[in-house]
Design a protein around this ligand. Structure first.
Ligand SMILES: Nc1ncnc2c1ncn2[C@@H]1O[C@H](COP(=O)(O)OP(=O)(O)OP(=O)(O)O)[C@@H](O)[C@H]1O
Length: 275
């Protein structure tokens, strides 16, 4: 296998446990997967199965006081599990970009979009403020954000969820990260902007050889974007396969159920259209 296909992120025997007053609950267990350069791994499964917990543990964003992460998370040869906060801050954004499910949580409410966008670029690259501003404007154009110069002056509350989600994607794209974790990146978007954002993510993947962990409920998006798919149920990966194999010949009962639910949904939609 050539270098281009080499593993950029390896997750081994990952367990995440949360400590409550009298007990410990396991949120995810025995998680194993790898991301390869320029490839997309889709992560699917019903709400609450542990997709976000898995991605937050990779980014070391879970509360260290209440959760423990066991196992190994190796990014470009470096172990991330238990790395101190200062080191993780250097890695987040630059080496791993995170497109959060809830875009409101990604921004500090008291600073403008421009301040946060430009700070992020300047703190991870040798760009000065002027260059960072130009980069930000260009990146915002790529995700179909109207009038970026004006938007940079706005505060997060002045933008819709869909616009904030696209700002997050624009920030991620600017830094050409080795890995992008995209947690439901298109849920807040209309169909047209979904297409633009997915096309843009695909462009980042091909241009910069970024690996993408794509978390989505939308099996249509997964089938279009992913090379491989991991299916999660109750905190475990129950099946992992090449995208064609998974959709054509699902092995696990739960995967079959997910795919069937999708066909039923499609059938319902066509009945609604006919009515
Ligand atoms: N800090 C926490 N403390 C306790 N339980 C938690 C914590 N974070 C998540 N959970 C629980 O862990 C489980 C997995 O949650 P997670 O958010 O990873 O699910 P998900 O698959 O991403 O769901 P969705 O698709 O709805 O986003 C859920 O039962 C959730 O309630």
């Amino acid at each position: 296998m050539g270098t281009d296909q080499s593993n950029i992120l390896q997750v081994r025997d990952l367990y995440v446990k949360v400590k409550t007053k009298n007990s410990t609950t396991t949120l995810v267990q025995d998680i194993n997967f790898e991301l390869k350069r320029g490839r997309v791994l889709g992560l699917v499964g019903e709400s609450g199965c542990g997709k976000t917990v898995t991605s937050m543990s990779i980014l070391q964003l879970l509360d260290r006081k209440t959760t423990t992460i066991e196992g190994s998370i190796v990014l470009q040869g470096r172990e991330l599990n238990d790395l101190d906060d200062k080191e993780m801050r250097k890695i987040r954004g630059k080496d791993i970009a995170f497109i959060m499910q809830n875009p409101m949580n990604a921004f500090t409410p008291v600073f403008t979009i421009g301040h946060q966008f430009i700070e992020t670029i300047c703190s991870h690259t040798p760009c000065n403020k002027k260059q960072a501003t130009e980069l930000a404007i260009e990146a915002m154009h790529h995700v179909n954000l109207p009038d970026p110069v004006k938007l940079l002056k706005y505060y997060p509350f002045q933008l819709s969820g869909g616009m904030l989600q696209r700002v997050m994607i624009a920030i991620a794209a600017c830094l050409h990260p080795a890995v992008i974790i995209a947690d439901e990146p298109t849920t807040a978007l209309d169909v047209n902007n979904q297409k633009i954002v997915l096309r843009h993510l695909d462009k980042i993947r091909t241009e910069y050889n970024s690996a993408i962990l794509l978390i989505s409920h939308d099996l249509g998006v997964i089938s279009e974007m992913a090379d491989e798919v991991a299916v999660m149920q109750n905190g475990r990966i129950v099946e992992k396969a090449d995208v064609f194999q998974l959709f054509d010949e699902p092995q696990h009962e739960y995967t079959k159920k997910l795919l069937n639910a999708r066909s039923i949904l499609h059938l319902d939609e066509s009945i609604i259209h006919l009515a």
